[in-house]
Ligand binder design. Sequence first.
Ligand SMILES: Cc1cc2nc3c(=O)[nH]c(=O)nc-3n(C[C@H](O)[C@H](O)[C@H](O)COP(=O)(O)O)c2cc1C
Length: 198
Amino acid sequence: MGRYTVIVTGASGSAYGMRAVEQLLVGGHEVTLLMTDAGREVTAFELGFDLPLEDPVDELLRFLEITGTVSLRVACCHDLFDPLASGSHPSDGTLVAPASMGFCAAVAAGTSTNLPERVADVTLKERRPLVMVVRETPLSLIHLRNLTTLAESGASIIPACPAFYHRPVTIDDQVNYVVGKALDVLGVEHGLLKRWGE
Ligand SMILES: Cc1cc2nc3c(=O)[nH]c(=O)nc-3n(C[C@H](O)[C@H](O)[C@H](O)COP(=O)(O)O)c2cc1C
């Protein structure tokens, strides 16, 4: 089983990150969740889930309706002494879902001033999989240039744009499609997608 980090930033679409955490845990993987400050605020606004400082793991598992033994850790966005801040800490990949344009800019510039940005930076420098579910519209030339820099540096850019050929009915169907594509790129098995031709 793999060891993955999921980063939730302050772009719209916190549901993508939450579904990814749920799928990775249910699949038996080890997960560390990192939320930026804006990520926490937007998640509270969009999903009604305010990640608490006390017992964040228990609260998150309750929110995700996961029971049983899973390997979940929630790291602090400002703790630059966390093991994940170093490339010597093993990891099978990082998924940023959703990724804000501010986050993309910081990673593209290599500035990393908090733990989530540092983890993305480390993932790239160690040449491990970095999958970024990016969300903004319209995209400015600055956004496009930053995304190009990230792609040139090895990141996989997944626009948070669901398809319609699988005939989605619910918002969950749309969320599952985007997260399923992201997990495909990360090389993680899942049952979120109805595949074309099946
Ligand atoms: C409700 C809400 C939705 C937002 N949606 C987006 C978005 O889709 N894309 C984006 O780049 N920024 C979005 N933002 C702005 C980011 O939250 C803001 O740029 C923040 O500084 C990003 O910080 P972070 O990258 O550290 O999470 C949104 C903000 C709010 C309050």
